[in-house]
Design a protein around this ligand. Structure first.
Ligand code: F0G
Length: 439
């Protein structure tokens, strides 16, 4: 069989720098810092590339879709590294830590569209990543950077998905991983993954915000590489959710992209992806971002209501534990994402989240509770007429149903389906008969 030759990345395209969003200091793209060494501000990667534009760049990314799954290297098959010019173009092939990840499905389901009140609704299911959440897209970039800088250990604070993903990628890279999680607030699936992949886990008596504060302090004092989403390379990897969904839609931008929002790393990444895709002429108009928070953990939605006049913090409470975050780290860059995309921030109740989850689960797609916030948010905006019934919407499902099996079972029982009792053989047959005849 002929071996495909793909357009290679040129030396002129390998340029990236890292810049502080607050004091504008610049760092080399091999920096080991996750935040600005001068002022502690958020860092952002800038690609100072001489890249082709529009059609030519799109064609290059499309050409890489043709790689046959069993032949290319993991990086060649990855839905993140397919866009490597826009992720970490300076990374050499042998430095890339890739499962591979990405290449997640974009699906439609009538039941979910009907529930949301939007005919043209697509679900981008990031639960189909190797550790079953979107975090793998950022983590492949962060662990690649960890390898490039020779990190002795990596660490994060997490509500569970980041820790599972970090544990998996650190295991692949052969770098020790430390994770801080809020005691009693991480779902069973995520705990099991993190431990099984071999991370050292600390269950802190506190919430996620306490965990992140401690992780930042510990990484500063102990020289451990911090890979929370404030790490600029995580943002670069997560941008590919947007790039990939645009590619799947034939580079026709949808009207809206909805996503659940907690620490705001993903909202920031989506904004950066749209800015770059538009700036490079890959799309001719910018979709509006809809960031959706749980009402009990909604400082960003509160900020949106007064045009982000002040930065808000709250003590967070929601059963959607993945987004139980009161003091989001990527606030400033998420504000930029919402403003740039003429976006919207909504808050939905836990009841609305679980109502959406029941519909998503029962049509055979399924997701974890926090993920359903995106669909719940679309429904609220469609009801208010902010999203038009004929507009095209992509709602991102960020994590797999099995991340939180307890929530899935609870939602099912609350929906009046099935029985939790244990039955004998005869009772089971009688039960089945009654269910089938509806008696
Ligand atoms: N959905 C899921 C399933 C998540 O796990 C998270 C964040 C989000 C949405 C929100 O994304 O923080 O970028 O706004 N989980 C983090 C974690 C905090 O530690 O796993 P965000």
């Amino acid at each position: 069989m002929p071996v495909q030759t793909l357009t290679p990345i040129t030396a002129a395209e390998q340029m990236s720098i890292v810049r502080c969003a607050s004091c504008h200091a610049t760092l080399d793209d091999r920096t080991a810092r996750a935040t600005c060494p001068n002022c502690g501000g958020l860092l952002a990667v800038e690609h100072t590339l001489a890249l082709p534009r529009g059609d030519t760049l799109r064609a290059r990314f499309d050409e890489r879709l043709g790689i046959e799954s069993y032949r290319g290297s993991a990086a060649e098959r990855s839905g993140v590294w397919r866009f490597r010019e826009l992720v970490l173009p300076g990374a050499r092939d042998e430095e890339i830590v890739s499962h591979p990840e990405g290449n997640t499905p974009l699906v439609t389901r009538e039941a979910v569209a009907g529930f949301a009140g939007v005919r043209d609704l697509w679900l981008k299911h990031e639960g189909h990543n190797p550790s079953a959440s979107f975090k793998d897209r950022g983590m492949t970039a962060a662990l690649t950077q960890a390898k490039r800088i020779g990190a002795v250990a990596v660490a994060c604070a997490s509500t569970g998905n980041t820790s599972a993903s970090l544990a998996a990628y650190a295991a692949q890279a052969g770098i020790p991983a430390f994770v801080l999680v809020p005691e009693g607030r991480v779902s069973t699936g995520k705990l099991a993954q993190t431990l099984a992949y071999g991370a050292h886990m600390i269950r802190l008596l506190g919430d996620f915000d306490d965990c992140l504060e401690l992780a930042r302090e510990a990484s500063e004092r102990l020289g451990v590489y911090l890979v929370n989403s404030l790490n600029p390379f995580r943002v670069e990897g997560q941008k590919t959710i947007v790039l990939e969904l645009l590619q799947q839609l034939g580079w026709e931008a949808p009207d809206w992209i909805a996503l659940p929002a907690g620490n705001l790393g993903n909202t920031a990444a989506f904004g950066k992806a749209l800015r770059e895709a538009h700036g490079l002429g890959m799309i001719d108009r910018v979709p509006r971002l809809l960031a959706v928070q749980a009402a009990g953990a909604a400082p960003f939605a509160a900020g949106f209501s007064d045009d982000f006049a002040t930065r808000r913090r709250v003590r967070a409470e929601t059963a959607a534990t993945a987004i139980r975050i009161g003091d989001p780290a990527s606030w400033d860059r998420a504000v930029d994402a919402i403003r740039f995309s003429n976006g919207y921030v909504a808050a939905v109740s836990d009841a609305e989240i679980f109502a959406a989850k029941r519909v998503i689960d029962s049509c055979g797609v399924g997701c974890e509770p926090a993920s359903a916030a995106s669909v719940a948010g679309v429904r609220v905006l469609a009801e208010r007429g902010i999203i038009g019934a004929g507009e095209r919407v992509v709602a991102v499902l960020t994590g797999h149903l099995l991340k939180d099996p307890d929530a899935a079972l609870a939602a099912r029982v609350a929906g009046g389906l099935g029985s939790e009792e244990s039955l004998t053989r005869d009772e089971a047959l009688a039960h089945l008969g009654r269910v089938l005849t509806g008696s």
